[in-house]
Every structure is written in structure tokens, then in C-alpha cells.
Design a protein around this ligand. Structure first.
Ligand code: ZN
Length: 202
């Protein structure tokens, strides 16, 4: 479990934390847990999310257990740099949907003494690294990978397997569209899907 550094309000040192994993891994819950503790410590906290993520509520970071904190939807990472200055702690949810500029934004906020906590999907439904997350993993001081449980075999799941037929990379409305799978079950599903698409083409 992540434990916070000591705070020196006169000599603020910033850093970047990343919480990532598949869908249903509890990454938003972990983000909310850290932000709530920062609020208890009387730190100035602000939360951002991409304007694209409107699944549940316009202005809230909502995890699946309805544990909500108010968040500001912004269209681009540059908005976070402008709106986030002056806060002690910045939370960023669904960070995989932001542009690559997010990496530099987090670096500059941390350089100003801000603690930046980023949560997002590490991989897309194909198993490829997602958006700015890989670069954030490389540059962050602290990385926490959380995992779901494979719905087929019960092992640790690190993949978000898409069970809907839409072809866009971004499909909102999670629970109907995705299931968490382990490495082995994900690989066998992908093999089956490739076989069936080849069959359709021929
Ligand atoms: Zn499995």
C-alpha cells in the first residue's frame, strides 16, 4: 500500500505517482483513497479528467462503488497546467485518454512542488500500451500496478478484453463492453477472435 511522504509546507517538493491497471482493477478507488487522505491532511486538492469520460456523471470522478469526488472535465492536458497551479495535490483520472502533452504537464507541475497522482489504463483492449501512460510510468517517482481478477479462471487479470463488437479504441460504458482477463485467457480469446475474423473474410 502506498504511504505518503512527509509534508514540508515551506519547502514543497513535488513528485508524480501513477496508479494503473486494467478495467475493474480498482485504480480509481486507489486514486480516490489517496486524494481523500490528502484532504484530511488539509492539502489543497484538485481533480481533473478528460472531457471524453462522461459515463456516469459530468463532474465527478466515479469509481464502480459510487465513491465520488468532484472532478473538472478538461479537453486537453494543457488545461490541467493552467487550472492546476496553486494546488498541493493534483489528481488525474482516466489519463490514458489525454494527449501526450500530459507527460510534460505532470513534470512541470511536480517541478513547481505539486504532488501529481495519475490514474489510468496501462493497456488498451488489444493489449497495447495506452496513450501517455507508458511515458508516465517511465518518468514517475512512484508506480502502482493494480490488477483485477480474471472472470474465466480466477487468476490475476491484467487485460481489459472487449466483448462488444465496436471497433473504436475508446468505448465508454464499461461493464457491458469489457471483462478482465489474465494473460493466458486473453491470449486464447484473441486467437479465437483472429480465427473467426479470418473465417469471415474468406
Ligand atoms: Zn484467466
Amino acid at each position: 500500500m502506498f504511504l505518503e511522504n512527509n509534508i514540508d509546507k515551506n519547502n514543497k517538493i513535488g513528485w508524480v505517482e501513477v496508479v494503473c491497471g486494467s478495467m475493474f482493477s480498482g485504480k480509481t478507488e486507489e486514486l480516490i483513497r489517496r486524494l481523500k487522505r490528502a484532504k484530511i491532511a488539509k492539502l489543497k486538492v484538485e481533480i481533473f479528467k478528460p472531457a471524453i469520460d462522461i459515463r456516469y456523471d459530468e463532474d465527478d470522478v466515479v469509481s464502480h462503488d459510487q465513491n465520488a469526488l468532484e472532478a473538472i472535465p478538461v479537453p486537453a492536458s494543457s488545461n490541467i497546467e493552467i487550472l492546476g497551479s496553486g494546488f498541493d495535490v493534483i489528481g488525474i483520472d482516466e489519463a490514458q485518454f489525454f494527449d501526450m502533452g500530459l507527460v510534460g504537464v505532470c513534470e512541470r507541475l511536480a517541478a513547481q512542488g505539486t504532488r501529481v497522482i495519475v490514474a489510468g489504463l496501462d493497456m488498451d483492449y488489444k493489449g497495447n500500451p495506452f496513450g501517455p501512460i507508458p511515458n508516465l510510468l517511465a518518468t514517475a517517482e512512484y508506480v502502482t500496478k493494480v490488477h483485477a481478477i480474471c472472470v474465466r479462471c480466477g487468476n490475476l487479470a491484467n487485460h481489459s478484453h472487449r466483448i462488444s463488437s465496436q471497433s473504436e479504441l475508446v468505448v465508454l460504458g464499461e461493464s457491458e463492453s469489457y471483462e478482465p482477463l489474465c494473460r493466458r485467457c486473453f491470449a486464447s480469446s484473441r486467437t479465437l477472435e483472429e480465427k473467426s475474423s479470418l473465417h469471415k473474410q474468406s
